[in-house]
Design a protein around this ligand. Structure first.
Ligand SMILES: [Zn+2]
Length: 327
């Protein structure tokens, strides 16, 4: 590569980074990669669960470079095999990000808030694109001011940074009541946490501690309460200390809004025993997955999840001795 063509490459790569809302933490000399997967044609998808109207909202994708540490008890070759068995590309891990709006009794409830274009891919060979939730919400005909309640599964950045405006940390949904699992709130707002976290995670925790407790519209809730009529918290720890799924029921229809309990179903449903680097307590996450799998299959529930293949809602069926997610 000549000096001038190299410069051109770097500039266009930097522009691509700006376009996709990548965090500016990467040095200009590092190649900023373009997104390789294609976004869904429509970034929103309507379906119903009984009388409840659901709207899936696409937020982005994390194209994660393979990493032998990704699973404690599965190799990169195992990971690639799981991806290819679901017809997914295998040269990286394509992790979609989505959120869900549920309309119950004419109330608009947003379940998780996406990454707000503010999540950084630590590995320069990975691409992290988020922040498409708001434009997709508007495209679905919903103004963000109309959201009355937000339910948060856990405090990882791809689930909560969409609550915060870039740079100013201002509330994106100042009128909504934001209901969070009390255990998760307690874990992240503990002042001693920063010192216990690996360096790479500290900025995220500092941001949470500086902002979230100052908002008057945050409501931490203990246990498995019905947090809005028809939607109940389901304790699902392991991925994080207070990770919480949601159970929506309307008439005879039920939906488990599973957050990150199953992560990508090719991993979490197909191989519930695999302990991901993304699970804070691997053993507990396995127990939670097994419990939820038994419940979802036994009760014939529909299931969706933040990192499920778009449009993200389907069923779980028995597959030999194990389970498989079917769209
Ligand atoms: Zn996530």
């Amino acid at each position: 590569m000549t000096v001038s063509s190299r410069r051109e490459f770097v500039l266009s790569a930097a522009m691509a980074g700006a376009m996709f809302g990548l965090d500016g933490g990467l040095a200009i000399s590092a190649p900023v990669l373009r997104q390789k997967t294609i976004d869904p044609k429509a970034g929103f998808h309507h379906y119903t669960i009984g009388e409840a109207e659901c709207i899936a909202l696409f937020d982005g994708v994390w194209e994660k470079a393979h990493d032998p540490q990704f699973f404690k008890n599965a190799t990169v070759a195992d990971t690639k095999r799981a991806l290819s068995s679901a017809g997914l590309r295998t040269n990286f891990v394509p992790i979609p990000i989505a959120a869900l709006i549920v309309k119950v009794n004419n109330k608009l409830v947003l379940c998780d808030a996406g990454g707000g274009g503010q999540v950084q891919a630590f590995n320069p060979n990975s691409v992290f694109v988020s922040g498409k939730l708001l434009p997709n919400m508007r495209a679905a005909g919903i103004r963000p001011e109309k959201i009355e309640t937000i339910l948060i599964s856990h405090f990882h950045p791809d689930h909560i940074f969409g609550l915060l405006a870039p740079k100013t940390d201002k509330a994106v949904f100042p009128n909504a009541e934001i209901i969070v699992p009390a255990a998760e709130y307690k874990w992240w707002t503990d002042p001693s946490l920063i010192g216990r976290l690996p360096e790479a995670r500290r900025a995220q925790a500092r941001r949470i501690q500086a902002v979230i407790p100052t908002w008057p519209n945050i409501l931490p809730v203990e246990g498995e309460d019905e947090v809005v009529p028809g939607i109940r918290f389901v304790s699902a720890p392991g991925h994080t200390a207070g990770h919480t799924a949601l159970h929506l029921s309307s008439g005879k229809a039920e939906l488990l809004i599973s957050g990150d309990a199953f992560y990508m179903p090719v991993f979490g449903v197909g191989h519930p025993e695999w302990q991901g680097a993304y699970d804070q307590d691997g053993q507990k996450a396995v127990e939670t997955r097994r419990k939820l799998l038994t419940r979802v299959v036994g009760d014939k529930m529909s299931v969706c999840g933040t990192h499920f293949p778009w449009p993200g809602v389907g069923r779980i069926a028995r597959d030999g001795k194990g389970y498989a997610f079917v769209l």
